[in-house]
Design a protein around this ligand. Structure first.
Ligand code: PLP
Ligand code: SF4
Length: 450
């Protein structure tokens, strides 16, 4: 198998990518404009192995990593384009970019406080604890990726808005927290992409967790996109062996290592490098579970999902979640209404065998919890949408069906209204009780697991 040397491309050097010769000057300028606002970074593997250049600019992997004009609202696009045409330098451009980004991210920083746990009265930066069993941990060394997805809602972590950055060097703090929270069985190490870290750095986090030998900590999960953005991480990078040895160590400690792998399209699964990486990881005893957001213009097609789940099962991975695109960033470009999302899920689900039907979705990671859109029904003459929690801030909300008035355009929980003329959803009094404040202001947080 050919190992491509890693080379990253961003705004400063993307015009050197030879394959981009197929684009017009105007298309290159669009990338420059949109890439100034949204995250933009790609690499040699994505360019040489994943993108089908005969299909550019419509290729899904091209749209996944190269910013597209439609991702910015026209007024934002024109604003930035005017600055760039006028030759404004980076410092001069900054205030305009900052202003636009704040409009794209509807989450004032103060709201992040809801999921930050505390210990002895001190807030623990770099951690989130929202669902009883699972703590999210954001190692400070893992807050970037091998390439960036254009839809990423974690972009405030990458583009220098440091006050929005979660980070922690404090694995000791994590261990102390786990010690006093015996209800937590899972630590989910996330980012960015923790697999951007060297084996040494990753071991500096995972090693002490194992050595602490906490009886409650049974599952260690690592969220990653490296399987599709840089599979060589698990094959023949300089420290790949050490990475795989670390995975083995987790299994030998009697704990379950779950790699939560992020996929977007079946095209990401056709390279020999991907198959080899998956085989190497599975050989350590780790289990790979897959999660994917549903994205207009990239994968809003049941056949793409059926092929993705089938191929994952073929390779020994376990389909886990289909997510609804979050209400942030370029959501107008990527959003799929909930009713349509459920149709895509159902059509794909019907096409795969039971082994692929471990997947759940489509699910919104909203403020009150992970909410699954189950389908459209008619109850006593009223057309309704049936939903349920897969995860809830209050564990008692989970798996109780509830109903929203039918709305084929609704794309997020906030867009929905209760069915049957009721004033509020069943969970709202409890949510108010937990967090005083108006309904919509409290529901979302900018950073959380897919
Ligand atoms: C999705 C998520 C988890 C993990 O949920 P599972 O259903 O156990 O996979 C944990 N914490 C947060 C904040 C999440 O969004
Ligand atoms: S954090 Fe995940 S979604 Fe965001 S750019 Fe990295 S791989 Fe893509």
């Amino acid at each position: 198998m050919e190992h491509i040397p890693y080379k990253a491309y961003a705004l400063s050097n993307f015009r050197q990518i030879p394959q981009l010769a197929c684009l017009t000057e105007e298309q290159l300028f669009d990338i420059q404009v949109v890439g100034s606002v949204l995250p933009f970074k790609t690499n040699s593997y994505v360019i040489e192995q994943l993108i089908d250049w005969d299909r550019v600019p419509d290729d899904p992997i091209f749209r996944l990593t190269f910013p597209q004009r439609g991702m910015l609202r026209p007024e934002h696009f024109d604003d930035v384009a005017a600055h760039i045409r006028a030759g404004t330098d980076a410092a001069g451009l900054k205030p305009a970019l900052q202003r636009i980004r704040m409009q794209l991210n509807p989450h004032p920083a103060g709201q992040m406080a809801h999921n930050i746990p505390s210990l002895d009265g001190e807030p623990l930066d770099g951690m989130q604890h929202k669902y009883r069993e699972t703590v999210l941990f954001f190692p400070s060394q893992g807050q970037t990726c091998h390439a960036y997805c254009t839809f990423c809602f974690r972009w405030p972590q990458f583009v220098g808005m440091n006050d929005l950055k979660f980070a922690s060097k404090e694995v000791d703090t994590l261990i102390r927290y786990l010690t006093v929270h015996p209800e937590v069985s899972d630590v989910l190490i996330t980012g960015g992409d923790p697999m951007i870290m060297s084996a040494k750095h990753l071991a500096a986090y995972v090693g002490p967790l194992l050595e602490a030998d906490l009886p409650n900590l049974r599952h260690i999960r690592i969220g990653t996109k490296a399987l599709t953005f840089w599979p060589y991480r698990f094959i023949d990078d300089a420290d790949s062996t050490a990475i795989l040895d670390l995975f083995r160590r987790v299994a030998r400690s009697g704990r379950h290592l779950a790699l939560m792998a992020h996929f977007n399209h079946p095209q990401e699964m056709r390279t020999p490098a991907l198959a080899q990486a998956v085989a190497n990881i599975r050989e350590t005893g780790a289990v790979i579970r897959t999660q994917s957001p549903l994205l207009a213009n990239i994968n809003d097609d049941p056949m793409a999902w059926a092929r993705m789940w089938d191929k994952q099962v073929d390779l020994g991975m376990v389909p886990y979640y289909m997510f609804v695109a979050r209400d942030t960033g370029a959501q107008h470009y990527f959003a799929v209404p909930l009713v349509r999302a459920q149709e895509i899920f159902r059509e794909a689900y019907q096409r795969v065998s039971g082994l692929g039907r471990t997947v759940r979705g489509p699910s919104m990671s909203a403020g009150p919890g992970k909410v699954q859109m189950l389908g459209v029904s008619e109850v006593r003459g009223e057309k309704v949408m049936t939903l349920r929690f897969l995860q809830g801030r209050d564990p008692d909300w989970v798996h109780r069906p509830f109903f929203a008035a039918y709305d084929p355009d609704a794309a997020w929980l906030d867009d929905l209204r209760p069915a049957f003329g009721e004033k509020e959803f069943f969970f709202e009094p409890g949510l108010r009780h937990r967090y005083a404040g108006p309904r919509n202001a409290e529901q979302d947080e900018p950073v959380e697991a897919w």
